[in-house]
Every structure is written in structure tokens, then in C-alpha cells.
Design a protein around this ligand. Structure first.
Ligand code: AMP
Length: 281
């Protein structure tokens, strides 16, 4: 069953609350794929109730075209979730139900995490993400919430958000699911042509090569080789290739013992923006 309002989902969650009830929450923007389902399955294995929200959040888009063309497939999403478990509760609110009559972002400071990469290239994106998640967490009151490492920067920011907003929820990070050709699964992949889908596999090939190169080469060299390989690609247009410290997402200049590094990519296939990342060590 799909709940369209906070009142409706709250009523259902409070029918049989017990001391042992644990609510797992998976926030999504819908057009669900196996990557989303992996989060849902983990949530089902760790909680007595699981809520999946499906809401294309307008305040995290700085590009109206991207927002308008974002795939919306609520009926199919609900059917897919039913095949995983009939117990899943779906919350698919309107913007008004979640935000009230002012659909605007709060301004956040995430300790600098918000300035790098996605924050630099998508104006106001993390204020929008923080705002919608704060509203969702207050509506659902989950014990645990599940986020993909596909959006690694978002995952770090959500951890910061719950400490800023003092929300009693545990944030659980989950690994990236990939298509058989290596492309990270994404709702946006639905919009790729067959040629774009096949060619975009190069994003993960370049990330894997970077991981290999990272064993022996300097950070500057790894980055230069990856950027050069993107520039030779038929149609992928690289927005950024960054090597950053996994903890604070600051651009890494030199390898230091004990630090974890990740490589991050944003690239366009036509007008579709794709992101991916891997751990380097
Ligand atoms: P979205 O619907 O794109 O906002 O994603 C909802 C959640 O699913 C986020 O926590 C994403 O990081 C996660 N997610 C999206 N794609 C994948 C994937 N390929 N593997 C794992 N998690 C994913």
C-alpha cells in the first residue's frame, strides 16, 4: 500500500508499536533498480518494519530540465517492492505534504564536506538533500536509515546531518551495485541509449585502472592518466575526476599512511549526468 501523507504513514507505524519494533528506512527518488533493492533487503534483514520513501525532491536539483526529466514510475516501483516483501510500507508524499507551503531549502554547514565535488558542481544540492532528509527523518522516525556508497559524498553528509539535527537514527552505508558491464546502477541509466549505456562502462574501467595505478604511482599521475583516458572517449564528457580523503573528502595531494582514499567521477553521456566512485586502498 502506498501512503501519500505523513498522517497516513504515521498512523500505520503506530498501530502496533512495541519495545522491540525497529523501523528501517530507505529514502529514494524512485525509478527503482537492484541497487535500491539491495538497500531494502539489508533494511528488511535488520528491522521489523521497513519504510521506503519515493519522492523526487525538487530542492536538490539546480537544473530544471534534469528535474523534469527525472523518471517517475511509482506504480512499477510499488509492484517491484511487493515482490521483495509484502511488508514494505511506501511513503510517496507530495511536496506540500513534506514541506508545507514553502518548498525551500534550509541552509546547512556540513563542516566543509559540502564544498567538494557534487557541492561544487551542483549549486545548493546538499542543502536540498539535508532539508528533505531532515523532514523525512522527522516524519518516519526510523531507528536505522540505509544509503548507498554510490553517493559516497551524500552518505558522509547524512552522517553529519544527523549529528547537526540531533536525530536518533543510525546511518548504514551499503556497497554499490553495478550492471554486468560495470556501470553503477542508477535511475538515470533508463535514459541512456544502448550505445551510451555500453560506452559508459568505461567510467568503471577507468576507476578500476586508477585503483591499480594508485598502488605504484603518485596521486597526480593517477589523476592525469584517468583524465587523459576520459578525453580519448568517444562521447563521455568528464566533469571531474577527484582523488580525495574518504573521511573529509578533501582533495588528496600526497599519499599518507593510515588514510583511506577514494576516486570520484562525474561525467556526462549526452545530457545524462553519471557519478561513480571506488575505494583506492
Ligand atoms: P536515489 O533514488 O538515486 O536518490 O537513491 C536512493 C538511495 O539508493 C541512495 O542512498 C543511493 O546511494 C542508493 N543507490 C542508488 N544507486 C545505487 C547503486 N547502484 N548501488 C547501491 N546503492 C545505490
Amino acid at each position: 500500500m502506498i501512503h501519500y501523507t505523513q498522517d497516513s504513514i504515521r498512523d500505520t507505524l503506530s498501530v502496533k508499536p512495541s519495545k522491540t519494533q525497529s523501523v528501517g528506512f530507505v529514502p529514494t527518488m524512485g525509478a527503482l533498480h537492484r541497487g535500491h533493492l539491495s538497500l531494502v533487503e539489508k533494511a528488511l534483514s535488520e528491522n521489523t518494519v521497513v519504510v521506503v520513501s519515493i519522492f523526487v525532491n525538487p530542492t536538490q536539483f539546480d537544473n530544471a530540465g534534469d528535474l523534469n526529466k527525472y523518471p517517475r514510475t511509482l506504480e512499477d516501483d510499488a509492484t517491484l517492492l511487493q515482490t521483495v516483501s509484502k511488508k514494505i510500507l511506501i511513503y510517496a508524499p507530495s511536496a506540500e505534504d513534506l514541506y508545507g507551503n514553502k518548498v525551500i531549502s534550509k541552509k546547512y554547514r556540513f563542516g566543509g564536506l559540502e564544498h567538494a565535488m557534487e557541492g561544487k558542481y551542483r549549486n545548493g544540492h546538499f542543502d536540498g538533500v539535508g532539508t528533505v532528509l531532515n523532514l523525512l527523518f522527522r516524519a518516519i522516525k526510523p531507528n536505522k536509515a540505509y544509503f548507498g556508497e554510490k553517493d559516497f559524498q551524500q552518505l558522509q553528509i547524512v552522517k553529519k546531518l544527523v549529528s547537526i539535527e540531533k536525530l536518533p537514527v543510525q546511518i548504514v552505508g551499503c556497497p554499490i551495485l553495478r550492471a554486468p558491464n560495470g556501470l553503477a546502477m542508477s535511475s538515470r541509466n533508463q535514459r541512456l541509449t544502448k550505445t551510451q549505456f555500453e560506452g559508459a562502462a568505461e567510467i568503471y574501467n577507468i576507476l578500476k585502472q586508477a585503483k591499480e595505478d594508485f598502488k605504484t604511482l603518485s596521486i597526480a599521475k593517477v589523476k592525469a592518466l584517468a583524465e587523459a583516458r576520459f578525453s580519448r572517449h568517444d562521447f563521455l564528457a568528464l566533469e571531474y575526476f577527484e582523488i580525495a580523503n574518504a573521511a573529509d573528502l578533501k582533495t588528496a595531494q600526497r599519499k599518507r599512511k593510515g588514510n583511506n582514499y577514494r576516486a570520484f567521477v562525474a561525467a556526462y553521456a549526452g545530457e545524462i549526468r553519471l557519478i561513480d566512485n571506488v575505494s583506492l586502498n
